[in-house]
Design a binder for this molecule. Structure first.
Ligand code: ZN
Length: 171
């Protein structure tokens, strides 16, 4: 599958202090792509990629650099092992453009609209490429809610996680 990849550089990145070991899947929870870009810029956060509803992949940060997408997060004792407070130094972040369906009192989106088939297809293709390039294991492709439980809910129940993981297994 051919990916439609468009450069949309973000100034919000740093050098990595660790090698890439994880891929973290997010949902933006913003109504439109423009709102997503505005929100990221305003809060000085970033992801490596944002996938729009039509499947277009926007490249914000070079995956060799550290983006600011997962905040306080952990997986299988990584933080204890490394002394880091989160997975950003060791992960690639993929945001999927998706509107909010339910928002908590603290402003956190806990339920999301449906994802398009084009988005899922692009996300599978992008993930497969990154897994190959960075040698990321299938069980290290994770949801933001997996690594920041109780704090983050994305990509939520409407994301077809089991199907997505099965699609990643296929060569
Ligand atoms: Zn997230």
């Amino acid at each position: 599958m051919k990916l439609n990849l468009v450069a949309a550089p973000s100034p919000d990145f740093e050098d990595r202090k660790d090698t890439v070991q994880f891929i973290i899947i997010h949902a933006t929870g913003c109504k439109t792509l423009q709102e997503t870009f505005d929100c990221l810029a305003r809060r000085h956060v970033s992801a490596h990629y944002v996938i729009d509803v039509d499947g277009t992949v926007y490249g914000l940060v070079d995956p060799d650099k550290r983006a600011f997408h997962s905040g306080v997060s952990d997986w299988e004792g990584y933080c204890e092992r490394t002394g880091f407070k989160g997975l950003n130094d060791a992960s690639i972040g993929i945001e999927i453009q998706c509107g909010p369906k339910e928002v908590l009192e603290n402003g956190e989106v806990c339920k999301f609209d449906n994802f398009s088939n084009d988005q899922i297809a692009s996300c599978v293709e992008l993930c497969k490429r990154l897994m190959r390039i960075y040698n990321v294991k299938l069980d290290h492709v994770l949801r933001h809610s997996d690594v920041s439980p109780g704090r983050k809910y994305d990509p939520g129940e409407t994301f077809p996680w089991d199907i997505f993981k099965k699609m990643l297994e296929k060569k």
